[in-house]
Structure formats: structure tokens, C-alpha cells
Design a protein around this ligand. Structure first.
Ligand code: TXA
Ligand code: MG
Length: 341
């Protein structure tokens, strides 16, 4: 298959909508990460997404809508959903709600709930509106690779596998949406993202965080969200996260870096304020703060693979605000290899 790589404009969006209507898969930008979209109500089209990504069939997809009235046919809306939509839609929040029959089984991997999100990115919204259908879209990476935050990342993973990639520039949030389950009495955050648990609790009064966000699943433990049982975001390098007081962490990382075997190619993940402490050691700065780290982390992991890095020593972030989303992705990339200094 020939992949067209086009800057998103009126004409290429029209083409994207025609392809979606015809049951094809299109790569497109959202404010979180790039998505791989198809008509959510066409099960053949949704199967094609799974094939392009090599995604396991037991991992359900998010259904994207552009307007509030599009949610009614898809799921049973409750009061928590209304309030969260008021506060955070359009934006980086996905809600899990009881599904209606119109949703094909392939979208939900057979679950009786469905994930719904209204993205804020203008290109995503126009693509949904022009297509005239809800769009099922996972992140546009090959399964097991870091999520794409630029159109070039999508091309790396999807060249020859989808007919069109729309380029809308780099994503502003950089980590995938917050996934919150609203099927019980209380909201439960299954995946942290740009809308933080603190923000959700401020609207609903309370909110739980699935405790497996910052630890590996125990043997036989059921994953609260199917995506959590799959290996994610793993760079080829072995990665370790160091937590603790900044100077102690810098000292420890320098020590580990300097005692790395000559056969290895090490890299330090740090931030603008600390990079000078590492002298001429190989470093990648994730930027000024946790929000910048959210934007830059997946590009850093892709960089590590491209440079054939075999060992990553990483600083940590406070697990509050968007820092929780950054630490969740870092901990998974490190296979939960975390050291308290
Ligand atoms: O920011 C995002 O959410 C991006 C953009 C493209 O919108 N999409 C994305 O999709 O990250 P994906 O497929 O990579 O992640 C969807 C997550 C998975 O962890 C999946 O297991 C979970 O949502 N999920 C989907 N449906 C679910 C359901 N019914 N119950 C629990 N978890 C669900
Ligand atoms: Mg994904």
C-alpha cells in the first residue's frame, strides 16, 4: 500500500473523510498523540486498525466524537459524565460508560462498556465532522512502540500500512488522554493523562486512582483496563528510574553512568535545570517541567532506539498533577525498575 503523507488542510481533510467513509484507516493529529482512525460503526474498518497496528484483539479502542449530541446513540450517559464533559470536553479525557448495541464488538473487545472521547484538536474535530461518523482511534504507533507525537513518528511506524497520514504538527499534550471509568458509583482513573485526578476530584468531589498505575500487575491479577496488561512504551534499552532528592539522584546517576560496561551505550534522561550537572555525559533533556516532559518523553524514547542506546538512567517527577502521567509512562518504559536514592 502507498502511504500519502499530507499537510492537513481543507483538501487533505476532505480526502481523509472520503477514505474513512470508504472503510479505510487514516493517521491524524489530536492534542494528546496521533491517532489511527476508522469508522467506529464499521467493524471491517475497525479490524483494519488492529491489523495496521498489530494490536492484540483483546485491547479495546476509544471512540472519538466532535459534538455532545453524538454521544447519545453510543452509550448510556450518567450525571458524572455530564459534569466531566462540561468541565473538560473537548479535551484529553476519555470516559468509560456502559455501551449501547450500535457499537461493534471489535471496538470494545467484547466488554459491556465503551471508551468515548471528544478531542479538542481542530484537525481531529474537522475529520470527525466531515466523515459523518464517530471515529475509533488508538494511538498511531505499532503495538509496543512509544505513542507518536509528530506525524513523522506515525510515518516511521505506519509507512505502507495505511493510505493517508495527515500532518498537523507536534501534539501539545504529548501523553495519551486520561481514561476514567464511570461505570460504578465513583470515578476511577485507569490511565493518568492531561486531565489530572486532582482536576476530576475538583468537579466530582472525589475520584479514585487505580492503584496498579504505578506498579506491575501481580500474577493472576485482573487489569482494570485491558491496555494495562500489555507491555507498553518499551524502548529497546534497559531503563532505570531514580527517585529522591535532586542532587543525590544526579550523583547516583553519574556514578551508574560512569560504571556502565564499555559494551553498553548509555543515555541520561534529565531536565533543563539539571542537565549541566552531567557534564559531557550523553543526555536528553525532557524540558523545563512535568508538562514539557509529557510533550517530550515519547520522542526521547524513540531517539534512544534510533541511537541504539542500550541503557537509560532517568530522573523522576513528582507524582502530582501531570507528573503522575509522566511517571506512569516512564515506570512502564522501565518495566517498573525504580530506585529510591
Ligand atoms: O489520547 C488518546 O487517548 C489517544 C488519542 C488517539 O485519542 N488514543 C489512545 O488510544 O491512546 P489507545 O488505544 O492507545 O488507548 C486506549 C486505552 C487502552 O489502554 C484501552 O485498554 C483503554 O483505553 N480502554 C478502551 N476501552 C476500554 C473499556 N471499555 N474499559 C477499560 N479500558 C478501556
Ligand atoms: Mg496506545
Amino acid at each position: 500500500m502507498q502511504t500519502q503523507f499530507l499537510s492537513a488542510d481543507e483538501q487533505s481533510l476532505q480526502l481523509g473523510a472520503e477514505l474513512i467513509k470508504a472503510g479505510q484507516v487514516v493517521g491524524f493529529p489530536t492534542e494528546t498523540v496521533y491517532g489511527l482512525g476508522a469508522d467506529a460503526l464499521n467493524s471491517e474498518a475497525v479490524h483494519a486498525i488492529f491489523a495496521a497496528k498489530c494490536r492484540p484483539a483483546d485491547n479495546p479502542l476509544i471512540v472519538h466524537i466532535a459534538e455532545w449530541n453524538e454521544i447519545e446513540p453510543l452509550c448510556h450517559v450518567n450525571e458524572m459524565a455530564r459534569r466531566l464533559a462540561d468541565a473538560f470536553w473537548p479535551g484529553p479525557l476519555t470516559m468509560i460508560l456502559p455501551r449501547k448495541d450500535i457499537i461493534p464488538d471489535v471496538v470494545t473487545a467484547g466488554l459491556d462498556s465503551v471508551a468515548i472521547r471528544m478531542p479538542s484538536h481542530p484537525i481531529a474535530r474537522q475529520l470527525i465532522s466531515l466523515s459523518g461518523c464517530p471515529i475509533a482511534a488508538p494511538s498511531a504507533n505499532r503495538s509496543g512502540r512509544p505513542s507518536p507525537t509528530t506525524a513523522a513518528h506515525v510515518l516511521e511506524d505506519m509507512d505502507g500500512r495505511v493510505p493517508l497520514i495527515l500532518d498537523g504538527g507536534p501534539c501539545s499534550v504529548g501523553v495519551e488522554s486520561t481514561v476514567v471509568s464511570l461505570t460504578g458509583d465513583m470515578a476511577v482513573v485507569l490511565r493518568p493523562g492531561g486531565v489530572t485526578p486532582e482536576m476530576i476530584a475538583a468537579v466530582l468531589g472525589d475520584c479514585k486512582i487505580a492503584d496498579s498505575i504505578m506498579r506491575p500487575l501481580k500474577e493472576g491479577e485482573a487489569a482494570p483496563s485491558p491496555g494495562m496488561k500489555h507491555k507498553h512504551y518499551a524502548p529497546r534499552a534497559r531503563m532505570t528510574l531514580y527517585e529522591g532528592e535532586a542532587q543525590a539522584v544526579e550523583k547516583r546517576i553519574c556514578h551508574e553512568y560512569d560504571s556502565t560496561s564499555a559494551k553498553e551505550k548509555p543515555l541520561i534522561l534529565t531536565c533543563d535545570a539539571h542537565i549541566a550537572a552531567y557534564g559531557d555525559r550523553r543526555c536528553y533533556s525532557l524540558g523545563a517541567d512535568a508538562a514539557a516532559a509529557a510533550r517530550n518523553l515519547f520522542a526521547a524514547l524513540r531517539y534512544a532506539d534510533e541511537e541504539s542506546i542500550t541503557r537509560i538512567y532517568s530522573e523522576s517527577y513528582s507524582q502530582s498533577g501531570v507528573g503522575l502521567a509522566v511517571m506512569n509512562r516512564m515506570a512502564r518504559a522501565a518495566g517498573f525498575d525504580m530506585v529510591n536514592v
